[in-house]
Every structure is written in structure tokens, then in C-alpha cells.
Design a protein around this ligand. Sequence first.
Ligand SMILES: *Cc1c(COP(=O)(O)O)cnc(C)c1O
Length: 427
Amino acid sequence: MNTSLNATLPGQPHIAYSGDQLLIEGVSLSELAREHGTPLFVYSKAAMLSDLAAYQRGFAGRQAQICYAMKANSSLAILQVFADAGCGFDIVSGGELARVLAAGGDPAKVIFSGVGKTRHEMKQALQVGIGCFNVESEAELDVLSEVALSLGKQAPVSLRVNPNVDPKTHPYISTGLKGNKFGIAHEDALRAYRHAASLPGLKVVGIDCHIGSQITDSTPYLDAMDRVLDLVAEVEAAGIPIHHIDFGGGLGINYNGDKPPEADALWAQLLAKLDARGYGQRQLMIEPGRSLVGNAGVCLTEVLYLKPGEQKNFCIVDAAMNDLPRPAMYQAFHQIVPVTPRPGDGVVYDVVGPVCESGDWIGRDRQMRVAAGDVLAVLSAGAYCMSMASNYNTRGRAAEILVDGTKAHLIRQRESAFDTFALEQLV
Ligand SMILES: *Cc1c(COP(=O)(O)O)cnc(C)c1O
């Protein structure tokens, strides 16, 4: 492993070696591991705010609302950071709505996405007055209208249209193609808008799309925007005004030399297209998740055992697929670096966790110089890690720390074994 000292890591401006210590902002990661144990998630507040600032710069002078897609990382203190910075939230469940409220978020800035909203979730969202329901099917329109009328309300709706563009990302995180379960097909959209406009419990306010995740190229966004604007023109020509246009999330981050466009550069291109087509002064919305938190977080894990083998050497660590599900789910790559590097070239290892599954791996074929007891940092672990963590193998979920300058705040206690079965009972 190549660890040059006194160097920031690629794509990780808030994480850097200083001497033989890896720091996140002004805090030593090995000290955090000593004090709080491992596995431990550590986030940089400055990294989140600087990633948000790139979008804010991109939208300077425009009417735009950034709704953080909180499924990327829904820990309360993370939501608090974004709420304080003026963000709204893109939610996908009633549970996420409860989290927004608990974190002090403004319900009027909440948009509710997802293909399977229940009546109960719709009711909950209508009662607190969320900003918009992003509806994904015609059947959902009927149910939402009915639920709204039963409360004597009108539900603000946007239709999630499926622009049928290929975001060229992993099939499990591509969502805007015809074969996906998401959204309303382009050719059905006008009919769905007419249907929505005819229902007494609904008020049409917008249009939205979300084509996938970890997108590293601006072309799919530009293509999707053309498709969405074509529909805006068609729907408005049919006498249904569209107040806001929501372009979803999906911008990728640098996991392994990936080179996604910066948010402000991407939006300079997209806004040029909006201006050219005469929609530049519309109310815009976006729903970024990963690009606001992914590179702001690391997961610290301790090396338990080194297990040399004929074909593979294994580095067995105390974090596992229940803490870091992305490699097992999507064959995803996370950089893994020592928090206190040792000199020398090292050995090639598969980094694996203790869970009883061959799919429980964190990194494959990594050259590292490590010994039992060393602490490793799994990078780019701010998004879709803790929020996807489980208790598989009755492993309590990790603790979480939010670093702000030289201060480290414990934002989630480590779950005990007792916590994992506290709601169960014997017969
Ligand atoms: C997951 C999701 C997002 C966020 O995606 P990222 O790739 O994390 O930016 C935005 N909108 C919707 C509807 C989503 O499902």
C-alpha cells in the first residue's frame, strides 16, 4: 500500500496523514478508535458542508431547493447538519419522516419518494404538511387522492417520470431505464398527469426524475433533462402547469479513482441547457445523497487475525458485511488504509469480516503491511453503510462520531447485544 506521509488521500480532502497519524479534520483516528472502540464510523462535518457548498455555488442566483436524500445516511446528527444548512429532505418511508422531525427538519421542505408508500405513511406525511409527494404510478395517484380527501386535504404531487436513459452505473443502482420498477414511463406521463389533475384530492406541483446512483458522467443527466423538459412542454400545453422541476440525485463520488464532475460544474452545464430551453427561472429541486456524505465518512476497524493461505492471505477485521454492506451487495470498492502506517511493501490480502458468509468481504487483493491490533480506515464510508447496517450474526451496530474541527461528538452509541434483542420475548 502506498501511503505517503503528510498527504491528503485522493478524493478525501478532509482526511490526511500528519506524521504517522491519519487525521480527520483535526482529530486523530487512532485516538478515536482507542477511546470508542471499533468498528466505528467517523464523519467530517466540514467535508459534508463543502460538498453541499459545491451545489450551492452551482445554484447561485437560481430558485433551487436541495433536498438531501437521507437514505444515504439517516443518523439524526447528520440530518441536523443539513437542516441547519437550509436543506430539505428526500424521504422514502414514514420512518425517515419521523427522523426528519426528530432532527428538527422542516416538513414543508420534505419530498416523499418511493414506489410503495402505504396509506398510513401518506396520512402521516399529509398531517405534518410535507412539501411534495413524488408519485411513481397511476394506482398510487388514486390512493393518495383518497387518503388526502379523507383528511380534508389536497396532496401536493409531482410525477416521477422515467426518462429511459442509461446512467452507465451498476445495474442495482440504475433506476431510470424501462425495465426498472421506478417511475412512470415517458409515453404514459401525459395520461398520468391528466389523471392526477382530475383527482379532487391532488394538486399537481411538479415533475421529477432520478436515473440512478454513482453516476460519474454528465451525459446521462443532460439526456434526462432533455426528456423531462420535453414532457414539461407537453404537460403544460395540455393546460396543467408544472411549478417545480426536480432532477433527483445520483451524482457519484471518488471511490477508486472515479472522476465524477463537481456538482457546480455539472450544474453549470445543466443550467445552460435549462436557460437555452427557457426553463432557467423555474423552481428547481435536487435530491443528492451519496455526493453529500459519501466521502465525509470512514469506518475504523481493527485487524483481529492474519491468516496466510496457499491461494489467498486473509486479513480478518472486526467490521463486517453487517456494518459495510456495499461490497457484498454491489461488489463495491472502498479504499482501505492504515491509520498508523508501517514502513515496507507488505503482503496482498483479502480483507474480510467475521460474519459466517463467503460474501463477507470488505476489500479484495489489497497490498498492505499490517499486524494484528492495527486499526484500518475504510474510506468513502459515509453513504449507504451505516444506513444499511444490520444486526446479522447478532452483531450490534457500530458507534458513530461527528468531527467538527478539533471536536469529536459521539452521535450514536454502540449497540449492545441486549439492544439487538430488546424487543423480543420468550413464549
Ligand atoms: C436514492 C435516491 C436519491 C439519492 O441518490 P444518490 O445516488 O445517493 O444521490 C435521490 N432520489 C431518489 C428518488 C432516490 O431513490
